[in-house]
Ligand binder design. Structure first.
Ligand code: G6P
Length: 476
C-alpha cells in the first residue's frame, strides 16, 4: 500500500504505535493501547487508510511504513518544536485553558508561532497523502489550525475535526490572544465534533460573537456559501473487547492475586489516571484519608489503589503535581498507616490492558473524580469489565462520562465532604443496589461503544458534505 494515495486519512498529534527496541537491537512497532485506532482500523483497512502523526521522538525523520494494514506517515518535530508546540502551546496554553484554567495557562508568542508552523506541516503532509475527494479526520486540540490550512491546499477534501477535550465557555476561551485564528482554523472542517452538546454550543456562539458569521442551532453559515456543522459525539471504548479480556482466566487469576497482595480487605477502591492536575487526585486522596482518620472507615478494611500514569513530565505543572501527590500519599500513609497496613497503594507507572482489566476486576469501588475531563474512558472501561454486575462507580459530574453514566455515585470533586459521603455510600451499598446501578451503566456502554462513535461521526461527515456542502447563506 505504501506510496499510493489514501481514501481515508486520520491526522493526530501521535501515531497510534509505540516503538520497542528488541534485545538484538531491531525496532518493532506495537499498536498503542487506546480505542481510537481499534475503532478506525476496519475503516482504514477497507478504504486504504493512512494515519499521519508524530512518532514521539524529537529530531528524527522516519519514512512512511505499513503497520497492521494501515499506512503510517510520521511527522518529524525538532527538539525546539517539542518544547514550544507540544509541551508549550498544546500543553501549557490550550490544555489548562480548555480545562477550566485549573492551572494558569501561559501565553507566549513563540509557542504560538511554533503551533502554526507544526500545524502547517501536518496539513501539508495530509495534502500530499490524500486521494482526490478523500475524507480526512483531524483529531484534538494540538491540531486545531489544520482543517483550514488543509482546505486551502485541497478544497476537494471532506474534512472532519474531533475535539477529545472540553471546549471552554467564551469567558475562558476569550483569554486566548489567538482566539480568532483558532476558530477560523476549526471552521475549515465540514463537521466539528465535540464530546458534549454544551461544547458544540460554546463553539457556535463564539463563532457568531467573535467572528461574526451567521449561525443557526448547530450550523455555521460562511460567507462563501459553505456550512460547518458543530455536533456532539461522546467517545467510547471497545466495550466488548474489554469484557472479553476481563472474562479470561488469566485476568481473573491476576485480580485474585491483586486482592490477596493487598491483604484481602473488605473494600478495594481504585483510581487510574494520567498524572494530570485535571484529574482531582489530591481531593480524592484527602477524602479517603479523612474517612480513615475520623474512623468512618477502618484501616484494616479498605485500601485505595491509585495508579498514576507518567505524563508530560517535562512540563512544569506536571512536575509540581508529582511532588505534591508524592508528599500527600506519604503524609496520609505516615499518619494513618500501621505496620503492614498502608491505606494508599500508590503506583507511578503505566500498565498493559490485561493488568488494567485485572485491577478493574479487583476493585469494589472505582473512583473517577476529575475536576474537568472531556470524557474519561477509564470510567467506561471499568463498567465494561464488571460483567458480574458488581462494583460501584463514583464519578465526577465534571467528566463528560457523567452525562451518560447516570447511575454512578455522582460527586462534585471540589466538595471533599461530598466525595466522602459518596465513597461511604458506594462501600456500604447492598448487592441489589450495586447491581441495579451497574446493569444500567453496562447497558449504555455496551450499546454505545467506539464503533458506534466512529460510524456516527463518519456517517454524518459523509452526509454533511452532500447535504450542506453547497447550501447558501440564509437571508436576514
Ligand atoms: C488526552 C488527549 C490526547 C493525548 C492524551 C495523552 O487524552 O486528549 O490527545 O494524546 O491525553 O497525552 P500526550 O500528551 O501524552 O499525547
Amino acid at each position: 500500500m505504501a506510496g499510493s494515495l489514501a481514501e481515508f486519512v486520520v491526522i493526530a498529534n501521535r501515531l497510534p504505535v509505540d516503538r520497542f527496541i528488541e534485545p538484538g537491537g531491531g525496532t518493532t512497532w506495537r499498536t498503542s493501547p487506546g480505542g481510537l485506532v481499534t475503532a478506525l482500523e476496519p475503516v482504514m483497512r477497507r478504504k486504504g487508510g493512512a494515519w499521519i502523526g508524530w512518532h514521539g521522538a524529537p529530531d528524527e525523520k522516519l519514512k512512511p511504513f505499513d503497520h497492521d494494514g494501515v499506512r503510517l506517515v510520521p511527522v518529524p518535530l525538532s527538539g525546539q518544536e517539542v518544547r514550544e508546540y507540544y509541551e508549550g502551546f498544546s500543553n501549557g496554553t490550550l490544555w489548562p485553558l480548555y480545562h477550566d484554567v485549573i492551572a494558569p495557562p501561559e501565553f507566549h508568542r513563540e509557542w504560538w508561532d511554533s503551533y502554526v508552523t507544526v500545524n502547517r506541516r501536518f496539513a501539508e503532509k495530509a495534502a500530499r497523502v490524500a486521494r482526490r475527494n478523500a475524507t480526512v479526520w483531524v483529531q484534538d486540540y494540538q491540531l486545531q489550525l489544520v482543517p483550514a490550512m488543509l482546505r486551502d491546499l485541497r478544497p476537494d477534501l471532506r474534512i472532519g475535526f474531533f475535539l477529545h477535550i472540553p471546549f471552554p465557555p467564551r469567558e475562558l476561551f476569550s483569554q486566548l490572544p489567538w482566539r480568532r485564528q483558532i476558530l477560523e482554523g476549526l471552521m475549515g472542517a465540514d463537521l466539528v465534533g465535540f464530546q458534549l452538546p454544551g461544547a458544540a454550543q460554546n463553539f457556535v456562539r463564539l463563532v457568531r460573537e467573535r467572528v461574526g458569521h451567521k449561525t443557526h442551532r448547530d450550523t455555521v453559515y460562511l460567507p462563501d456559501g459553505r456550512t460547518v456543522l458543530a455536533r456532539s459525539y461522546p467517545i467510547s471504548i471497545d466495550a466488548a473487547g474489554f469484557e472479553e479480556l476481563a472474562r479470561t482466566d488469566a485476568v481473573e487469576a491476576r485480580a485474585k492475586e491483586i486482592r490477596q497482595s493487598l491483604g484481602d480487605p473488605k473494600h478495594v477502591l481504585l483510581g487510574i489516571d494520567r498524572l494530570d492536575y485535571t484529574k482531582g487526585l489530591r481531593q480524592r486522596l484527602r477524602a479517603f484519608g479523612e474517612l480513615i482518620t475520623e474512623g468512618s472507615v477502618d484501616v484494616d478494611d479498605a485500601v485505595f489503589v491509585q495508579v498514576a500514569t507518567p505524563s508530560r513530565e517535562r512540563v512544569d505543572q506536571y512536575r509540581l503535581l508529582r511532588d505534591d501527590i508524592d508528599r500527600l500519599v506519604g503524609r496520609i500513609n505516615g499518619d494513618v498507616g500501621r505496620i503492614g497496613q498502608q491505606p494508599i497503594t500508590y503506583l507511578h507507572a503505566s500498565y498493559p490492558r490485561e493488568e488494567m482489566a485485572a485491577l478493574y476486576r479487583a476493585a469494589d469501588v472505582m473512583v473517577v473524580t476529575p475536576l474537568r475531563d472531556g470524557m474519561n474512558l477509564v470510567a467506561k472501561e471499568y463498567v465494561a469489565c464488571r460483567y458480574d454486575d458488581c462494583g460501584s462507580l463514583v464519578l465526577s459530574e465534571f467528566a463528560g462520562a457523567a452525562a451518560e453514566l447516570r447511575s454512578a455515585y455522582r460527586v462534585n470533586p471540589y466538595d471533599i465532604n461530598g466525595v466522602k459521603t459518596a465513597l461511604l455510600d458506594a462501600m456500604r451499598a447492598d448487592d441489589r443496589e450495586t447491581a441495579r446501578r451497574m446493569k444500567a451503566m453496562r447497558k449504555h456502554v455496551l450499546e454505545h461503544d467506539i464503533d458506534h462513535w466512529a460510524s456516527a461521526f463518519i456517517d454524518e461527515l459523509t452526509a454533511s458534505r452532500e447535504k450542506h456542502g453547497k447550501r447558501t447563506r440564509p437571508v436576514g
